[in-house]
Design a binder for this molecule. Structure first.
Ligand SMILES: [Zn+2]
Ligand SMILES: [Zn+2]
Length: 260
């Protein structure tokens, strides 16, 4: 699970590449590399469709994009919740769109963790309060957020969180940048490499498509007060990570994409 350095004679160029890769990897996932437990690769993760028709193209694109990974496939299934409440379903991801109001956030991804590292369920929410406004109602913003939040449910963090620096090339939805209005933002090669790294080991159990028995309190993390402690906020305030620790290795991790 940890990166192990390889004892080889390293040229300066190789050293530079290695240092970059290590730094990028370190920035790219939060805490332990959170991941779905599974006994083989590639694994298939179901995504419940609770989004409105204006999001279907972006959800379908994100599912197709993340399925390009060599270690996993995502597949769309009928939604399991009302969009407004967006309750999680054990063993899969629920995606939801609704007018959640003037909450400050464009999008949220939540993952429920057991054993300190295994994702058992995930939720993606996009806030139509903002996406109905002309500034955000573009292919660029919709694809950026609807690609990034599912990426978090796979265990990925951001490649970069500075809105005002040059975008990473090639562009990736795990970067914070202001997309062109008509751009469709996708993952890039580094995201796929990061997934290969996160899912390079196999587990003896699986958390995919498993009905979990869990207390009711485990299910709800709707309101910001239920997100727990803010363990990270990007310098320009656009990205946050909250962790609600429930003890015994169980926690809820919430990634927040704040509106400008
Ligand atoms: Zn594992
Ligand atoms: Zn994010």
């Amino acid at each position: 699970m940890k990166h192990t350095s390889i004892g080889v004679a390293i040229s300066l160029a190789a050293l530079a590449v290695f240092a970059f890769a290590t730094a990028a990897s370190a920035n790219h996932s939060w805490g332990p590399p959170y991941h779905w437990a599974r006994t083989s690769n590639p694994f298939t993760l179901k995504v419940g469709d609770n989004v409105s028709s204006s999001w279907d193209f972006y959800l379908d694109t994100a599912i197709a994009d993340w399925s390009q990974s060599s270690v996993l496939d995502m597949t769309k299934v009928a939604g399991g919740t009302r969009p407004k409440t967006c309750r999680p379903t054990a063993g899969r991801v629920e995606s939801c769109s609704a007018r959640y109001g003037n909450t400050g956030w464009l999008g949220i991804a939540q993952i429920w963790i057991t054993g300190g590292e295994h994702i058992t369920q995930g939720v993606v929410k996009v806030n139509d309060y903002y996406f109905s406004q002309p500034y955000y109602n573009t292919a660029g913003w919709r694809s950026l957020v609807m690609c990034q939040e599912p990426g978090h449910t796979l265990g990925l963090g951001h490649q970069d969180e500075n809105f005002n620096n040059d975008p990473i090339q090639p562009h990736t939805c795990m970067d914070y940048f202001i997309p062109e209005a008509n751009e469709i933002v996708h993952p890039n090669q580094h995201d796929y490499e990061q997934l290969e790294d996160i899912y390079s080991h196999l587990d003896t159990t699986t958390t995919i498509s498993q009905a979990a028995t869990s207390p009711r309190s485990w299910q709800s993390a709707q309101a910001p007060r239920e997100w727990g402690r803010e363990i990270h906020r990007s310098p320009d305030g656009q990205a946050s990570v909250f962790v609600r620790d429930l003890g015994l290795g169980r926690r809820i991790v919430t990634h927040v994409f704040w509106a400008e």
